[in-house]
Design a protein around this ligand. Sequence first.
Ligand code: FMN
Length: 355
Amino acid sequence: MTFELKPFRIGNLQVDFPIALAPLAGYSDMPFRRLCRQMGCEYATSEMMLDSCIAIQSKQQMSLIAFGDDEHPLAGQLVGNTPEMMATAAKMVADQGFDVVDLNFACPVNKAIKRKRGGRLMNDPKLAIEIIHAVVDAVDVPVTVKNRQRYNNDDTEENFWQMAEGARDAGCAMLTVHGRSVEQKYTGPADWDFLRRVKAHFPDWTVLGSGDVLSPHHAIELLKTSELDGVVVARGVIGNPWFFRQCRAILAGDEPQVPTLAEQAEVMRQHFDAQLEFYGERIGCKNMRKCGIKYARNHPHARKLRMTFVDMKTRKDFDRILGEWYTDRYEAELRKKVLREGISGMTCHMPNVRP
Ligand SMILES: Cc1cc2nc3c(=O)[nH]c(=O)nc-3n(C[C@H](O)[C@H](O)[C@H](O)COP(=O)(O)O)c2cc1C
């Protein structure tokens, strides 16, 4: 059965395909975003960027602010805790040509929490709203907010509603909610009933949902049943940029395909080339080791292959691994595995992936 997609709006931008690439520190860089776009993604967000580093144009963080001409519409995400610094950084992000500035009030990593950034602001909605106002005043592009359901598991939802309503009243164009508490980090199921309530509360505001969008079938199911304007895919796409193409196939009434090993190898080579060009040899190889481990999920010998990628150090090692593992010899096994486990068997749960 086919299902009609509804575009969503971010201010005066229209996004036709409502399955977006999440901000993913360590993954949603320019090389990966471009691959996802090639596979049918239409809206993506950068990795989070620290406001102070962007404001002083720290060399280390400037790679985060780069993007390609083919990447629009694209959001640049900022994390920080002072209205002035966030406004300065937002202006740089907008001047750089990002179409949207996204503000991160969701990050649960200890370093951010200790420094009162990211998800820690779920405990201080007043400061979050001051930041939002400062950023909205500083830029001409749409400003959006990413937050979570609550800070601690046993907190009420009061801070969430205060922050969300404050963001809407300040003129934010969209809210993305990760349906977990900050304390939960990435464990336990995301609360989609809560996300449905958020959308019901803001019928005229664009609201995207995040959490456990781990397989293309589940993404479509959530789109059909949640009433949210879109869903955001995070761990589900790491090592599987084909996710977007698979979603589009389901929507067209076709069977989504796990790519052949030959295609997987071709895309991985393309990813490596882009990493080398973007970061140079040392960081490019390090990043591709991490990504190779994730790409192994679409291989019939995922566990053994992951261990092989762990030892990868150079492009030569990488080409050797592809030459040994991505051959016709394993294609029949891959097809059998897909028949046995379905596409979700290849693409779901990655509890070991953490920022
Ligand atoms: C490796 C990794 C990096 C992430 N980096 C960011 C980030 O930079 N900014 C952000 O707002 N969320 C970040 N997230 C959270 C995701 O965007 C998403 O909200 C979360 O993973 C829930 O979706 P999932 O359960 O489908 O993975 C990250 C998550 C992971 C796993």
